[in-house]
Design a protein around this ligand. Structure first.
Ligand SMILES: NC(=O)c1ccc[n+]([C@@H]2O[C@H](COP(=O)([O-])OP(=O)(O)OC[C@H]3O[C@@H](n4cnc5c(N)ncnc54)[C@H](O)[C@@H]3O)[C@@H](O)[C@H]2O)c1
Length: 264
């Protein structure tokens, strides 16, 4: 062993990295924005809830971090174009993208209105794809970057009343794998991963409860899809933080379950 070998640094340092987070006003996106800023990243909090995104950016700045916020509906190409124009003029690049904006709209297979399918896929799938396209333009030019997409354990197994939500998440997992392989094969050090949380205590968990109330007792639902408790958004944010850091330099195209063995 080399006498001069030093212990490797093991804390995550994202100083100076520009990180965009969609769905940053609430839940997992909010926790991810705070974690990234805590590690030194310059965060851009994006959400269709403009006030909520501003509140998160203000909280980060109050704690000494760097953050801005902008209103963004992830389904709008025009709004993504506006966002990337702003980023180019003010920050110059995008190093990190976390696609957390999402909705839980679902109904019985066969009873689901077309509008519900369309909104589910527009936000959960197309919104993430537009975000990836925006980020990849900068990342390809830089030759590097890290993207994390929010999929779900609902993409892995069938669940009653969750067909359209689960299908949208399966689509984003698959897109993650293919895009990751494509960018690596093209010679870019751009890592694209998906995280697949089980039930997490956020506003969306209330939406899931409301959906499941249609078919049975809420307790039975929670029991069915957890091993005793729902997760906290901060627990998912820790995984996201690791995945966008250099410590995860050999991880790309992965769909990583975080559910305390619930789907094991
Ligand atoms: N909470 C869970 O149990 C759970 C489990 C697995 C996966 N997920 C996924 O994690 C991600 C975050 O979920 P969460 O639990 O934090 O939900 P949340 O409801 O707390 O937050 C979602 C955020 O996305 C924003 N949003 C919704 N539509 C948007 C749009 N068109 N444009 C911009 N922003 C939009 C909302 O305003 C909200 O701030 C979602 O993709 C969700 O599918 C959540």
């Amino acid at each position: 062993m080399d006498d001069a070998a030093s212990l490797p640094e093991r804390w995550i340092n994202l100083s100076g990295k520009v990180a965009l987070v969609t769905g940053a006003a609430s839940g997992i996106g909010q926790a991810a924005a705070l974690s990234l800023a805590g590690a030194g990243a310059i965060v851009l909090a994006l959400d269709r809830d403009a006030d909520g995104a501003q509140d998160v950016a203000k909280a980060i700045r109050r704690e000494g971090g760097q953050a801005d916020a902008r209103a963004l509906d992830v389904t709008s190409q025009a709004q993504w174009d506006e966002t990337t124009r702003w980023v180019r003029e003010t920050r110059g690049t995008i190093d990190i993208l976390v696609n957390s904006a999402g909705v839980a709209l679902s109904d019985r297979a066969g009873d689901t209105e077309l509008d519900v399918y369309q909104r589910t896929f527009a936000i959960n799938v197309e919104g993430s794809l537009l975000g990836m396209a925006a980020a990849l333009e900068f990342m390809r030019a830089a030759g590097k970057g890290a993207i994390v997409n929010l999929s779900s354990t609902a993409s892995l197994q069938g669940n009653p009343i969750m067909a359209s939500y689960g299908a949208s998440k399966a689509a984003i997992s698959h897109f993650t794998r293919s895009a990751a392989k494509e960018t690596m094969r093209a010679g870019h050090d751009i890592r694209i991963n998906a995280v697949l949380p089980g039930l997490i205590e956020t506003a969306m968990a209330d939406d899931f409860h409301a959906i499941f109330d249609k078919v049975g007792p809420r307790d039975a639902f929670v029991k069915m899809i957890t091993t005793g408790r729902a997760g906290r958004p901060e627990e998912v944010a820790d995984l996201i933080l690791y995945l966008v850091s250099d410590h995860a330099s050999f991880i790309s195209g992965a769909c990583i379950v975080i559910d305390r063995a619930a789907s094991a």
